[in-house]
Design a protein around this ligand. Structure first.
Ligand code: ZN
Length: 436
């Protein structure tokens, strides 16, 4: 039997295709960019959409006005076009108010955003909660702008509407849920937001097409911060039923995985993802909880405090292309997405496998050879499978989980899962707690 979970055939290329389709769309925390993104996710896995009206109180926050943009450009004193939103969605300060003004170079400057250290890149800037308008552009181009009158046009509107969330529940044998969250609010940014949403969409599709999982899985896609706050505020009755959670982001670049632990720090999901990701080729770095970051901030706020960790590769702000036009399709790869999906599938497989078994013949070792289970002639170096058998029989006293045994033995959880199934089939192990 295959001991590693693998990503479905061709999934990496399909994820890349979806990301390429979504890349040009100008997303934000509300508006039609999010809706068309969710409709593309719906083509991968059918989801339900929730619209939460502008003005709805959600904990300490209020759902903002909805922002939509049709076009935007900045023309120079000679009539030449300096920047055009049609060429790149990052060119407009996200949530810019509508404007159609002739402004001096000096006045214009307070509405321009660029990064001197990265003079050829367009930075990603937002102004969700402060009325403003602006253009983002490479610093080199900004420096070349001469004096004179500029024509700034942003055809956007900020009006009463809604905040949009997408969600799917994959029912499992247990009512208890695993919550998986990915943000979908960034405009043309590939690794930050599109990679996470693609991997989680394919993970949901994989679970929906596989035999019923042990836990029920709830996947939610929404805007960062205000989206997770809104979802939590509208779903408070569901919170006690969430047994495990993951925020999945920044998964499209090759390299080591990174787990940020939950606020509680040592929950089953914290320990399990660490074990599973240590088995991957890329390996994993474990970080302790930190209240700065993505939506784990909301899921791990003190009044919510879910057993939820963040799965990413290089975290936000730690790679040079972060939040710029260089976080584009060239930065990510089908192979990296495939590996991330395989890692996610390993996590759900390991959650399925993490049962508590009881050895049915605990007085001395059961005679494995008689049962055709022990192929060695009693050497001192039992093969891995036989070693796993001994560990399972020794540790399965009705209290220790498969994860406990994996941690203590250093053996792969999926190897232990397969060997436990073998021992169950000959009556040597029995599940200690029946699932309800
Ligand atoms: Zn971001």
């Amino acid at each position: 039997m295959e001991l590693k979970s693998v990503s479905p055939e061709g999934a990496g290329a399909e994820m890349m295709r979806l990301i390429a389709e979504l890349y040009p769309i100008c997303r934000s925390i509300t508006g039609n960019g999010i809706r068309s993104t969710l409709s593309k996710i719906h083509d991968v896995i059918p989801i339900s959409i929730t619209e939460v009206p502008t003005g709805t109180r959600v904990f300490d926050w209020t759902v903002p006005k909805e922002w939509n943009i049709r076009s935007a450009y900045l023309d120079g004193p000679d009539g030449g076009r300096v920047v055009d939103f049609q060429n790149h969605s990052l060119h407009v300060l996200n949530y810019s108010l509508p404007v159609d003004s002739h402004v001096s170079r000096e006045e214009l400057d307070s509405h321009l955003f660029s990064v001197p250290d990265q003079p050829d890149l367009i930075p990603y800037r937002t102004s969700y909660y402060r009325d403003n308008w602006g253009f983002c552009l490479p610093h080199r181009r900004r420096q070349a702008l001469g004096n004179g009158t500029y024509h700034a046009v942003i055809d956007s509107d900020l009006s009463d509407g809604a905040l949009t969330l997408g969600e799917v529940l994959i029912p499992g044998r247990l009512k208890e849920e695993v919550l998986v969250w990915s943000h979908i609010c960034h405009p043309s940014i590939a690794n930050d937001n599109l990679s996470g949403l693609a991997v989680t969409a394919w993970w949901a599709k994989h679970l929906a097409e596989s035999p019923e999982p042990r836990y029920s899985y709830r996947f939610v896609w929404g805007p960062g911060t205000i989206g997770s706050i809104t979802w939590l505020a509208k779903n408070q009755d569901r919170i006690p039923n969430i047994r495990h959670g993951l925020v999945a982001v920044l998964l499209g670049r090759p390299g080591e995985f990174c787990i940020k632990r939950s606020r509680r720090g040592e929950t089953e999901i914290d320990r399990l993802v660490e074990r599973v990701l240590r088995e991957t080729e890329s390996g994993v770095e474990i970080r302790d909880f930190d209240p700065y970051g993505y939506d784990e901030r909301q899921f791990c706020s003190p009044g919510i405090d879910l057993p939820l960790c963040r799965l990413s590769r290089t975290p936000h702000g730690e790679y040079p292309e972060y939040h710029t036009s260089a976080d584009n399709l060239d930065l990510i790869s089908a192979a990296a997405l495939d590996e991330a999906l395989a890692a996610c599938i390993s996590i759900s497989d390991a959650l399925d496998a993490n049962r508590i078994w009881a050895n049915q013949l605990p007085l001395g070792e059961p005679q494995l050879g008689r049962r055709g289970l022990y192929h060695n002639t009693g050497g001192t170096n039992p093969k891995k499978r036989e070693h796993a058998m001994l560990w399972l029989l020794n540790q399965s006293d009705g209290n220790r989980s498969l994860l406990d045994i994996a941690e203590r033995s250093g053996l792969d959880m999926l190897l232990l899962r397969d060997v436990a199934a073998e021992l169950e089939s000959v009556g040597l192990l029995k599940e200690a707690r029946a699932e309800t």
